[in-house]
Design a protein around this ligand. Structure first.
Ligand code: ZN
Length: 285
């Protein structure tokens, strides 16, 4: 009986030690698993909201690496594309301007937004905002757009707005008007939630052509928000631009894209809107 008891005790001690060891090993593996996965890794901008507003499907590609970056870092990124891009014909494809191209670009834009991980709102404004129809055709579109953007900003309540500056990146009138409209909404009242407004810009020193420096270049004195991004973000941006097939040179390789995008470094430049901090009674103060 004594021998039997001793044997039972031995088995118990052995299995107890084994269990403790197994528990210890499990805990270590569990911790290392978490440390090497996204679950454990810090996402510094969790809870932050960015709203980017651009004119045409594919305009987002100007800032797409940083949209991918902020999604990766935990921010919720909304993207508003204002127009339907019906006039987006080019030398690479034989698409005709009009409704078929609108449908194609809608799908392309959906695909690009998915690749970037952003929440897309694609509005249905006519490409060029009916500029060809003169004041009476264009102005109702412009008014409606400002009011609709107001509603979106009011609903989304972003921490950060990103849009076109006065150069519109390419000087396209839709780009400049979309940027001006977002700015108008931003300025239209003292929003309860503090919001920062940023304009995309190109440093003049990154532009070779003298005329283009004037048309769309900006002094680095103003483009003080210089955001770096990773190779992973750049690859996401490439996979999203590929969705805009109707606008792309089909011969462009990933290497071509990456070279073009990063010829002046892996940065996106933004100009932060800065308002006055005090009242004044003179233009010279
Ligand atoms: Zn555009």
């Amino acid at each position: 009986m004594l021998i039997l008891n001793k044997t039972i005790m031995k088995i118990f001690k052995y299995s107890y030690r084994t269990n403790i060891r197994a528990l210890f090993l499990c805990t270590i593996s569990f911790i290392s698993l978490f440390q090497t996965t996204e679950i454990w890794s810090q996402k510094p901008y969790e809870g932050k909201v960015i709203l980017a507003v651009f004119a045409h499907p594919d305009d987002e590609s100007t800032v797409s690496p940083i949209l991918a970056k902020y999604v990766r870092e935990g921010a919720k990124v909304h993207l508003v594309i204002v127009t339907d891009g019906r006039y987006g014909t080019n030398d690479y494809h034989d698409h005709e301007a009009g409704e078929t191209l609108v449908a194609t670009r809608k799908e392309e834009m959906k695909c690009a937004a998915e690749k970037l991980g952003v929440v897309l709102t694609h509005l249905d404004y006519h490409d060029q905002l009916r500029a060809g129809e003169g004041y009476d055709g264009h102005m109702p579109q412009a008014w409606e757009m400002i009011k609709e953007l107001y509603g979106i900003i009011d609903k989304v309540q972003p921490d950060v707005l990103i849009t076109w500056g006065p150069d519109g990146g390419t000087t396209h009138m839709d780009h400049r008007l979309v940027g001006a409209s977002v700015t108008q909404v931003f300025l239209s009242k003292d929003w309860d939630k503090p919001m920062s407004l940023f304009f995309y810009g190109t440093p003049s020193e990154n532009i070779d052509n003298a005329e283009n420096k004037i048309l769309r270049g900006q002094s680095s004195t103003y483009l003080r928000t210089k955001i770096s991004y990773s190779q992973e973000d750049l690859e996401k941006a490439y996979s999203s631009i590929q969705c805009h097939y109707s606008q792309m040179n089909p011969d462009m390789t990933q290497e071509d894209y990456e070279k073009g995008k990063t010829s002046n470094g892996m940065f996106v430049y933004l100009r932060k809107f800065e308002g006055p901090t005090k009242d004044s009674n003179s233009v010279f103060e």
